[in-house]
Write a protein that binds this ligand. Structure first.
Ligand SMILES: NC(=O)C1=CN([C@@H]2O[C@H](COP(=O)(O)OP(=O)(O)OC[C@H]3O[C@@H](n4cnc5c(N)ncnc54)[C@H](OP(=O)(O)O)[C@@H]3O)[C@@H](O)[C@H]2O)C=CC1
Ligand SMILES: CC(C)(CO)C(=O)C(=O)O
Length: 335
């Protein structure tokens, strides 16, 4: 059977890899010793907001540290954080076959390009994970929101569609993937707001004070995208251009009008909050920082996203933050 490798299996990689394994696919997850030990002791519990709870035994669970496992892979899913993409590409180049299809399942707009630079001549596709996964007590990997995986359209995807569908991970191929990545990045501007709030996503997004911060960041990004001639795709239920207006609505109206946006498990958190909590560096340079970089390329500034990037860097390695929405809004607007 065709072999799938998940490279850099943490929250997203274990959730996707374990779902494929549970559905009978031939998959191997490659990651760190800490994760391998945790899984060897406790197995993996997959859960989701629709009520799934599936315990997968430690015995025979395909997780290992050795990248040698890449040798037989025909499909390689890359799920490392953005700063690790170039190094991941180098390891893949060393161990895998150039005929393997590589798919980046990462946030940000530059990871597929980073992988392509490390893997000249390989087929690398950009992908997008719309849902959220948090690691919880008991080696539990919990999907706290919904949506379909999106991957850059290519005939090379066809043999994999059925395998993913069997694992309840339907793949939606998309032609204009730049638009998809920028559309997702707009939503990921909330990762930093969420991380600084210290609150679960649903609670944070239910409070107008935090939504005003996000509206400010998105509005600034939309102006720059327009100036650069980039049209972000609609990833949420509403068009990107309407997001600032929607987010600024009073709580009572927002909870009714944007009920679909709040269809999130009360325990779900952003991946950036997970990074702060684990004492790791975050992906802020690849999210809010990408807006600052876009501004610079246009000879402009992105003050709110620039300040947000600095606030997150200040929080990295420090005690877990718990900003109020109003204080954060003021900090993002300080001249
Ligand atoms: N978590 C979520 O809900 C979502 C995340 N995403 C995106 O998906 C991507 C992955 O995120 P997430 O799963 O949360 O990240 P995690 O940090 O949980 O997982 C990545 C794992 O890869 C490991 N890793 C890094 N480099 C290597 C290497 N060279 N060899 C082996 N293992 C390596 C990391 O170990 P170590 O930390 O020790 O380096 C870590 O365990 C990110 O781009 C994120 O933005 C997208 C949608 C939702
Ligand atoms: C799913 C979402 C948008 C949740 O914040 C995410 O991409 C992340 O946590 O990185």
């Amino acid at each position: 059977m065709a072999r799938i490798a998940v490279f850099g299996a943490g929250s997203i990689g274990v959730y996707i890899g374990a779902s494929l394994h549970a559905a009978g696919a031939d998959v191997v997850m490659i990651g760190r010793a800490r994760m391998r030990q945790q899984i060897a002791e406790q197995g993996v519990l997959l859960s989701d907001l629709e009520g799934r709870r599936q315990q997968l035994a430690a015995a025979g669970f395909p997780y290992q540290e050795n990248p040698f496992a890449l040798t037989d892979a025909q499909l390689i899913l890359v799920t490392v954080k953005s700063a690790d993409s170039a190094a991941a590409g180098a390891v893949i180049a060393q161990h895998a076959r150039p005929s393997a299809l590589v798919v980046s399942l990462q946030n940000g707009v530059g990871n597929a390009a980073a992988l392509r630079s490390a893997l000249p001549g390989w087929q690398v596709l950009a992908g997008m994970v719309p849902f959220n996964v948090v690691q919880m007590e008991g080696s539990r990997f919990h999907r706290g929101s919904g949506g379909q995986l999106m991957i850059e359209a290519s005939p090379a995807l066809a043999p994999w569609q059925a395998v993913f569908s069997q694992a309840h991970l339907r793949i939606q191929p998309c032609a204009d993937f730049d638009a998809v990545q920028w559309g997702k990045l707009l939503l990921n501007l909330n990762n930093a707001v969420n991380a600084l709030s210290g609150l679960p996503l649903k609670n944070q997004l239910s409070q107008r004070a935090y939504r005003r911060c996000l509206a400010l960041l998105i509005e600034e990004a939309l102006q720059l995208l327009r100036a650069a001639g980039i049209r972000p795709a609609k990833i949420a239920k509403v068009a990107p251009q309407l997001l600032p207006l929607l987010l600024r609505l009073p709580d009572a109206v927002f909870t009714r009008v944007a009920a679909a946006m709040l269809k999130i498990d009360p325990q779900a958190r952003s991946s950036m909050w997970e990074d702060l909590q684990a004492g790791r560096l975050t992906e802020v340079d690849y999210l809010n920082g990408a807006i600052v970089g876009l501004a610079q390329s246009l000879g402009r500034d992105a003050p709110a996203n620039r300040r947000m990037t600095a606030l997150i860097h200040a929080a990295e390695g420090a005690a877990l933050p718990s900003w109020s929405g109003d204080a954060l809004y003021q900090a993002l607007r300080i001249r």
